[in-house]
Design a protein around this ligand. Structure first.
Ligand code: FAD
Length: 310
């Protein structure tokens, strides 16, 4: 990992930087590139546009690392309201939701996991009632065991509940093997957090190789792989592996983030590929934005200018 990227990822969790960056004048342009807006009206409008372009959607209400019980409850209520609005708008068959357990209470002390499980359960109930699904995002490696254990518990009642595995973690090949069973929806991504070398690959080439090893396991398994990457080489490899396993077009999907390679999203959808766009919205965009900036060195110059011009 480059020094700059590592420093940025550390900043993604700094409260002081959060307030500086949130108020920086040029930040708004960068935010608009990656975030669908601050309100549910904004995200519903973007969801409709993407659905009209033959894309599927997963919506993330931004927020993470919640340390207040009331905030976790408020995030949960916002998801319930969003699901109701998706249903009213006739979009629940094409749009699901993604949630971060840390946004719904995972870090609330000793009871955190229980609180997050209950909140995620009520979101799953609401999603099931309107005929859509939920995917639980994966955060830094200290949360992986807890997140997988919450997912395991909830899958007893919601077998369609999806989750994420991060190829950069050494453990993920084994997790892919455990989770490549019938009906299991697994989103495979490279991983977006600053992780120590004791648990994660740091070199891009090593991460890519690990991604391919995980892909092989998921594509050969009985689950439903969700290939979340903008990396053209990995998308090609995923399509080749799917062909080799005689997978039908609806037995796996490709996923990309809102604002990143939109032309490629449209191209793949036009070829009949299932392409789902991860669409974040809300006011708490700081951590998400800084992770996106860290992924693309060219973004850093723009970002630095926005800070200097304060
Ligand atoms: P990269 O090698 O980073 O990028 C490949 C190419 O994509 C780049 O050359 C560039 O052209 C383009 N690109 C990538 N990022 C950007 C950017 N920010 N701005 C502009 N262009 C860019 N990570 C987690 O840790 N947990 C999650 O739960 C999680 N969920 C995700 C869900 C989805 C649908 C996706 C697509 C990603 C998710 N991620 C998650 C992020 C992921 O781990 C990577 O950090 C991110 O996708 C960048 O990796 P990449 O595979 O696109 O490859």
């Amino acid at each position: 990992m480059t020094v700059v990227r590592e420093a940025l990822l550390k900043l993604s969790r700094s409260g002081a930087m959060k307030s500086t960056i949130t108020r920086a004048p040029l930040t708004r342009d960068v935010v608009n590139r990656y975030v669908a807006g601050e309100t549910t009206d904004d995200v519903l409008r973007i969801t409709r546009t993407l659905a009209d372009a033959n894309l599927s959607i997963t919506i993330d209400r931004l927020g993470e690392d919640t340390t207040k019980v009331e905030q976790a409850a408020e995030t949960t209520r916002a998801y319930l309201e969003l699901l109701r609005l998706l249903d009213d708008a006739g979009l629940a068959d094409i749009a699901e939701v993604s949630i971060k357990l840390s946004a719904v209470g995972q870090f609330l002390g000793r009871d955190g996991e229980r609180i997050a499980t209950e909140h995620a359960r009520s979101i799953c109930e609401a999603a099931g009632a309107v005929g859509t699904t939920v995917t639980i995002d994966m955060e830094d490696h200290t949360t992986t065991d807890s997140t997988l254990s919450v997912v395991r518990a909830l899958r007893a009642d919601f077998p369609w509940l999806g989750t994420v595995l991060q190829a950069y973690l050494h453990r993920s090949e084994a997790d892919c093997r455990d989770l490549a069973y019938q009906g299991s929806r697994i989103r495979l991504c490279k991983g977006a957090y600053a992780e120590p070398e004791s648990v994660a690959y740091a070199e891009p080439a090593e991460i890519d190789k690990a991604y391919v090893r995980c892909l092989r396991i998921l594509m050969a398994g009985d689950g439903y792989p969700m290939v979340a990457t903008h990396d053209p080489r990995l998308v090609e490899i995923a399509l080749t592996l799917a062909d080799r396993q005689h997978r039908s077009k609806d037995s796996f999907e490709l996923q990309m983030l809102y604002g990143i390679r939109p032309a490629e999203q449209a191209r793949l959808a036009a070829l009949g590929r299932r392409m789902r766009v991860y669409v974040p919205y809300g006011t708490d965009w700081y951590g998400y934005l800084v992770r996106r900036l860290a992924e693309k060195p060219a973004n850093l110059r723009f970002f630095a200018r926005s800070l200097v011009s304060r």
